[in-house]
Design a protein around this ligand. Structure first.
Ligand code: DGY
Length: 326
């Protein structure tokens, strides 16, 4: 019987189908499976069902030549060396689609919270600072209007488009940039530099890959308006965090809402965490019970297909199946 390593206990229903089709080994914690644990547990496994916290690099694949398929419970696969997997004929499954609206909601929550300084205001009230001598006045906790502002969306994939729909409902003007030209209703296309210079709010919704790593670098951050707000619910490595912190602390940008960091969990002493104009969340863009269950079901579905000798329904490197397969 084929052996499959599952690196975390998963929600959803389909994971319970796996034991009928394979010898399933689930990492029970505590916490996440560490890198050396992954290397150890993967020995003799034909398949891997992993999370975005599991790094699957060429060295791990070299050490496990028996591995035949990988499914990640995530849409992003930047934690997997997909080229190395493809070179070895290993299909890599992911979970697109089901987290689109949930992630767009989280993006908008961060955008609104950053624009209206909600976290700062909450801390102010709880900290006992809301007193008669420090209360409602014309400039008290003033933020930025969302309605009527221009939102620039970097990456017009499914999440970017869902963010655009929300922005339209809030009365925003929406401009967008995509790596490959794409016409989206209600979104005017711009070159990336022009988008950054023109936007009051910028939302990062592009996948992380070789072409997008450090895409929003110091030069590009410098193009943004001084009162602009940047929101990132995609991946940390897309934005130069040092340059972002610098801009946010010296008046180069008004605020940022960040769900993702280049290294996660983010270090407690990361410069961005000490800034009052930064709102952060711990990579929870897709974190609703319903969405996580759907993602887990898709990830398990990819494994079940691979075990049956079929193509994975959602595969990022379908070329491994060759031209002759269905
Ligand atoms: C993904 O699936 O890649 C998301 O980042 C999870 O929130």
């Amino acid at each position: 019987m084929a052996k499959v390593l599952v690196t975390h206990q998963l929600p959803g229903n389909r994971i319970h189908e796996l034991p009928d089709h394979c010898d399933m080994n689930v990492w029970m914690g505590p916490g996440l499976l560490p890198a050396d644990g992954l290397a150890e547990e993967l020995e003799d496994c034909d398949g891997l069902l992993c999370l975005l916290t599991d790094r699957v690099d060429a060295a791990l694949l070299d050490a496990n030549p028996q591995l035949r398929f990988i499914s990640s419970m995530s849409v992003g696969v930047d934690h997997i060396d997909v080229s190395a997997a493809t070179a070895r004929g290993i299909p890599v499954g992911n979970t697109p689609g089901v987290l689109v609206d949930t992630t767009a909601d989280a993006t908008f929550a961060l955008l609104l919270a950053a624009a209206r300084r909600l976290v700062e205001a909450d801390r102010f009230v709880r900290g006992g600072h809301w007193r008669v001598e420090n209360a409602w006045s014309p400039e008290f906790f003033t933020g930025k209007d969302v309605s009527g502002a221009t939102l620039g969306i970097v990456g017009l994939g499914e999440v970017g488009q869902a963010v655009a729909r929300r922005a339209a409902a809030f009365g925003m003007r929406v401009i967008g940039w995509n790596r490959s030209p794409l016409q989206v209703d209600g979104v005017a296309n711009r070159e990336l530099d022009d988008l950054l210079a023109e936007s009051d709010f910028v939302s990062i919704n592009v996948a992380l890959g070789d072409e997008t790593r450090n895409l929003i670098d110091e030069r590009r951050i410098g193009l943004m308006k001084e009162d602009a707000v940047l929101v990132n619910t995609a991946r940390g490595g897309i934005v130069d965090e040092r340059a972002l912190a610098e801009a946010l602390s010296h008046g180069g940008l008004a605020a940022a809402g960040l769900d993702v960091f280049a290294r996660e969990p983010v270090a407690e002493d990361h410069p961005l965490l000490s800034l009052p104009n930064v709102i952060t969340t711990p990579h929870i863009g897709s974190a609703t019970e319903a969405t996580r269950a759907k993602m887990a079901d898709m990830a398990a579905g990819n494994i079940l297909a691979a075990l049956a000798g079929d193509r994975m329904p959602c595969c990022v490197n379908p070329e491994v199946y060759g031209a002759s397969s269905d």
